[in-house]
Design a protein around this ligand. Structure first.
Ligand code: IFM
Length: 446
């Protein structure tokens, strides 16, 4: 059953995707691989802290089933795929690097390339070795050097196959969830640590940006190296017009978006992680603008400094997904248009997707968001790649396995994969590069 609101029914019209746009999907190692006990999320699960009581130790068993999963990507006509490397597999103890897992990732990537699927590889996607968390994680100044060494190992081993890298995924969500709302391990709230972590993550990003370019050019690649970060960008709209609503909105904008973007793209460290200077030199430390877009929040003033004087609400009449997030495709337009104007970089939509267990909303979600992408490109905003989150249902961090983001459904008892109707739609769209009347009849108007 497709859940289409009355206003929407019959409003679907054909459209073409820009010929240069490449479609695919995204995942993260911890959320799909299973089998690794050296990371901090394994410990979090062992301590029974996941909301639905589920565990990441098996997840989708992608570590063993990656060939089947790559075949599914191919079936869905992927041109690109975003994946991540599980740090604790490579460096289970500080300074002790293992080659076998790198060989495994290499094989995985080789199979993808044989299928003409171009990888974009993330080096840090939330999970990290237990020893790293225990030394204070990103709040420890040593984290910069440690992460740079890890990056060197990985890129030296895989850099001949992979030209496109994301250093850190959603540093803003990582820090917010670790130190502000503290729903991620080690669940110790501290705004001081939020900013300490941010300063080190920004430094690590700049160092590894330079390092990846250096390593690839030493390997003889004079072009094709693209390095960036994937920032989670939300639309924050003030609840009311007055200053009491505008102020917390502006604060959030600054602390959740601007400080991250300015430091990681331009090298500019704004207050409170700096005074607007460039401690690592003025430059451009991203080759694309990586945006993870999901939703918007309405910001309401509240007398609570620990919450940065803001409370996040959802518009009353909004259509929401299973997580309660507003479905707001126009936000993707607003975000890409705004940041292209500011940073003038090609855009990769490194994540965009919906939590929808019954698959009632996902097809229309894909239709609406890709239509926005087509409009952006038509209006001169260069969106080059779109990675749907996610290929498969997976382990949604503190929410556990109950949350369903996949184009492909995973049965957690049998680990069987089944392409959802929305996945079929996405696959057809990727093949045809357009939404046709026939596709609208088949997938949307029923
Ligand atoms: O599952 C996460 C992903 O790891 C990071 N971005 C948001 C997704 C959905 O919550």
């Amino acid at each position: 059953m497709i859940l289409i609101t009355k206003e929407k029914e019959g409003n679907f019209t054909p459209f073409a995707l820009p010929p240069s746009l490449q479609l695919g999907s995204a995942t993260a190692s911890l959320q799909i691989e299973g089998g690794d006990k050296g990371n901090n999320w394994y410990r979090f699960c062992e301590e029974g802290r996941v909301k639905d009581g589920s565990h990441c130790i098996v997840a989708d068993d992608h570590w063993n089933r990656y060939e089947e999963d790559i075949a599914l990507m191919k079936q869905l006509n992927h041109k690109v795929y975003r994946m991540s490397i599980e740090w604790s597999r490579i460096e289970p103890e500080r300074g002790n690097y293992l080659e076998a897992p790198l060989v495994h990732y290499r094989k995985m990537i080789q199979i993808m390339l044989e299928q003409d699927i171009q990888p974009l590889v993330t080096l840090h996607h939330f999970s990290e070795p237990i020893w790293f968390e225990d030394m204070g994680g990103w709040t420890n100044l040593e984290s910069v050097e440690i992460f740079t060494s890890f990056t060197e190992k990985v890129v030296s081993f895989l850099g001949d196959l992979v030209g496109e890298w994301i250093t850190i995924n959603e540093p803003n969500v990582y820090l917010e969830s670790t130190y502000s709302s503290a729903i991620f391990p080690p669940e110790k709230p501290s705004m001081r640590n939020y900013f300490k972590g941010l300063k080190n993550m920004a430094a690590a990003h700049i160092m590894t940006y330079k390092q990846i370019h250096h390593l690839r050019s030493e390997m003889g690649f004079s072009s094709g190296t693209k390095v960036g970060v994937a920032i989670h960008i939300r639309v924050f709209d003030a609840e009311k017009k007055g200053v009491l609503s505008k102020l917390p909105r502006a604060l959030l904008e600054h602390n959740f978006h601007t400080i991250f973007l300015e430091s990681m793209i331009k090298g500019k460290f704004l207050f409170p992680i700096g005074l607007g200077g460039y401690p690592y030199g003025k430059g451009t430390y991203c080759d694309f603008f990586g945006v993870n877009y999901y939703s918007r929040d309405i910001v309401k003033f509240t007398w609570d400094p620990r919450r940065l004087f803001s409370e996040l609400l959802v518009r009353k009449e909004a259509e929401i997904n299973d997580m309660g997030w507003e479905i707001y495709p126009e936000g993707l337009y607003r975000v890409c248009e705004k940041y292209f104007r500011l940073y003038k970089q090609p855009i990769y939509i490194t994540e965009n997707g919906i939590c929808d267990a019954t698959d009632a909303q996902r097809t229309a979600f894909i239709y609406d968001h890709l239509k926005v992408v087509a409009r952006l490109v038509e209006n001169g905003v260069p969106v080059e790649k779109y990675y749907h989150w996610s290929l498969l249902d997976n382990f949604e961090w503190d929410e556990g396995l109950q949350r369903r983001f996949g184009l492909i459904e995973v049965n957690y008892e049998t680990l069987t994969r089944t392409i959802r109707r929305s996945g079929q739609f996405y696959g057809e769209l990727a093949k045809e590069n357009e939404v046709t009347e026939a596709m609208i009849e088949k997938f949307l108007n029923q």
